[in-house]
Design a protein around this ligand. Structure first.
Ligand SMILES: [Zn+2]
Length: 171
């Protein structure tokens, strides 16, 4: 999908965590298209596609979170943004793809997360609106004494008001 809006509604530039990511996101913004749509994906996503199903592409996150052992990314093969647009059969395939790859990597434990919908609502926290799901195995050994590994849905109210610096998690 493409969009002539210079703001590029498919991505969220507020949530960039790394300098190398910023350069890529600036280019995507300029192009005005969705970086996860199949025709654009190879331009930006440099990790190999591990597996391609009927509904999903399985790969690794290009911009991994900190303190994770594994971070798999499943990208829906057509441009959709909301949960209600996902084919129920795709749910089955997603679990199968994640399970198979987890087994291969001996993932001992972790979590699956998927944001969806409007960036003004729960999906604010995602740098790309095109539906994608994460499988994460946190690196528990590297967490601080009082720290848990957390996945964010949305951002704090003061996030864009110049309040306390918050560290966005994205993608
Ligand atoms: Zn897309």
């Amino acid at each position: 999908m493409t969009n002539k809006d210079p703001k590029n509604r498919f991505i969220n530039m507020d949530l960039i965590r790394r300098e190398d990511q910023k350069m890529v996101m600036e280019e995507i913004k300029k192009q005005g298209h969705c970086p996860f749509c199949r025709e654009n994906l190879d331009k930006y996503h440099k990790n190999p596609i591990l597996k391609e199903g009927k509904f999903w592409l399985l790969t690794e996150n290009q911009w991994p979170y900190e303190k994770v052992k594994h971070q798999l990314l499943a990208i829906y093969k057509t441009h959709i943004e909301h949960l209600e647009e996902i084919d129920p059969e795709a749910g089955k395939e997603l679990i199968e793809l994640f399970a198979e790859e987890s087994k291969k990597r001996n993932v001992e434990g972790g979590g699956i997360a998927m944001r969806f919908g409007s960036s003004e609502h729960g999906n604010y926290g995602s740098s790309v609106l095109h539906i994608h799901a994460h499988l994460i195995e946190p690196d528990l050994e590297n967490l601080e004494e009082t720290e848990a590994w957390r996945f964010k849905f949305g951002q704090p109210k003061n996030y864009r008001k110049g309040g306390v610096e918050t560290k966005p998690q994205d993608n």
